[in-house]
Design a protein around this ligand. Structure first.
Ligand code: KG4
Ligand code: ZN
Length: 326
C-alpha cells in the first residue's frame, strides 16, 4: 500500500510518501519568512504560499521516492482542523489526484496525525493518555483504541503554543516563538522571576491567559528583569502546568502510558521534565520524535495507514473543516 500524504492545515506545506505505513520521503516547506513581518500567521498568505508550492513539492517527493504517479495506491489529506483556505489547497489537490488516478481519498483529522506522530515506527498499545500541545490545541485525551477516545481536559483560553508565540513577541523574539524561547531559556535562570503556574483549580483543564499577562506586567514594570530569565521562568511555568495535569490524568484513569505530541512537545524542558515525572510515577512517557513534533505530512500518512489497518470508517464527501475535533 503506497500512500501519498498531504498536509496544509496551517503554515507548512508538507508532502510525504509511505509504503505499508513506513515513511519513504518527507518534504516540508515552511512559510515562516512570509509571516514574520506580520508577527503571526496571515491566513491569506498561507493559502497563497501553499498554492504556489504544493505541486512542485509533490513532484519532488515522488521523484525522491523513485515512484511514479501510477504506483500510488491512496491519497491521504488533512481535512481539519486548521485554516479553511489553507486546508482547501491540500484537499482540492488531493481530490484531483485521487479522481485522476481513480484511487481512494483518505481524509485525516490533523489531531489524529499529531497523536500517531509518536508511533511512526512502532504500533500503539491501548490505553494511553495523550497530551497534545500545539499552536492551536492544548488537550488531554485518553485513547482506548485507534480512533476511540475521551477528552479529559483542555485549555480554557490560549493554547500553550499560542502562549509561547505571544510571550515571544513581548520579549522581542521572532515568530514562531516556541523554539526562540526554548533557546533563550537555556541562558536564563528560571528561579529569578516568580510567575503563576496557570490554572490551580480542580480538574484537568489548562489556562494560559494569566501567565501571559503576568509576563507583560513584569516586562513593563519599573525594573524589568533580564529577558533570558523571563524566558526561562515562563517556559518552566507553562510546562510545569502541563505536567501537573498530565501525570494526574494518567494516575486518575489508571493508565501507565503518556504520549506527548504537537509542536510544543519539541520543547527541551518539557521533554526532560515529563520523562523525569513519568519515571517517578511509574508512567511510560512516549514523546513524538523531534522531526515529527511540528506539522508534517508523515504523521498524516501514518494516521491514514492506521485508519486502513484498523478498518476505521473513512469519511466521504469531505470538505475543509476548520473546527474539526477528535
Ligand atoms: O503542531 P504545530 O506545528 O502547529 C499546530 O498544529 O499548531 O505547533 C506549532 C507551535 C507553535 O506555537 C510553536 O511556537 C510551538 O509549536 N513550538 C514550540 C517549540 N517548537 C515549536 N514551543 C515550545 N518549544 C519549542 N521548542
Ligand atoms: Zn499541528
Amino acid at each position: 500500500m503506497r500512500i501519498l500524504a498531504i498536509e496544509t492545515s496551517c503554515d507548512d506545506t508538507s508532502i510525504a510518501t509511505l509504503d505499508h505505513g513506513n515513511l519513504v520521503e518527507l518534504l516540508t516547506r515552511n512559510q515562516h519568512k512570509h509571516h514574520r513581518p506580520h508577527n503571526g500567521i496571515v491566513p491569506e498568505i498561507a493559502s497563497r504560499q501553499h498554492g504556489n508550492h504544493i505541486h512542485r513539492l509533490i513532484q519532488a517527493c515522488l521523484d525522491q521516492s523513485h515512484w511514479d504517479w501510477s504506483s500510488l495506491d491512496a491519497i491521504a489529506v488533512t481535512y481539519g482542523p486548521g485554516l479553511e483556505g489553507a486546508l482547501l489547497v491540500g484537499i482540492t489537490t488531493a481530490k484531483t489526484i485521487a479522481s485522476t488516478l481513480s484511487r481512494p481519498l483518505i481524509p485525516v483529522n490533523h489531531l489524529h496525525g499529531h497523536i500517531y506522530s509518536a508511533f511512526m515506527d512502532t504500533l500503539p498499545t491501548f490505553p494511553f493518555v495523550a497530551l497534545l500541545v500545539s499552536g492551536g490545541h492544548c488537550l488531554l485525551v485518553r485513547f482506548t483504541d485507534y480512533f476511540e477516545c475521551t477528552l479529559l481536559g483542555q485549555t480554557r483560553d490560549d493554547a500553550v503554543g499560542e502562549a509561547f508565540d505571544k510571550v515571544a513577541r513581548l520579549l522581542g523574539l521572532r515568530y514562531p516563538g516556541g523554539p526562540e524561547i526554548d533557546a533563550l531559556a537555556k541562558t536564563g535562570d528560571s528561579s529569578r522571576v516568580q510567575l503563576p503556574k496557570g490554572l490551580h483549580q480542580q480538574g484537568l483543564d489548562f489556562s494560559y491567559s494569566g501567565l501571559k499577562s503576568a509576563v507583560f506586567r513584569c516586562l513593563n514594570s519599573d525594573n524589568p528583569p533580564d529577558t533570558a530569565d523571563v524566558a526561562a521562568s515562563f517556559q518552566k511555568a507553562a510546562c510545569d502546568s502541563l505536567i501537573d495535569k498530565a501525570i494526574p490524568a494518567c494516575l486518575d484513569t489508571h493508565t501507565d502510558q503518556l504520549v506527548v505530541c504537537g509542536g510544543v512537545s519539541a520543547n527541551s524542558y518539557l521533554r526532560d521534565a515529563l520523562h523525569q515525572h513519568g519515571e517517578k510515577n511509574g508512567i511510560q512517557v512516549r514523546s513524538a520524535p523531534l522531526a515529527y513534533c511540528t506539522d508534517n505530512a508523515a504523521m498524516i500518512g501514518r494516521a491514514a495507514h492506521f485508519m486502513l489497518q484498523s478498518k476505521a470508517p473513512i469519511p466521504t464527501g469531505i470538505t475543509a473543516t476548520p473546527n474539526l475535533t477528535l
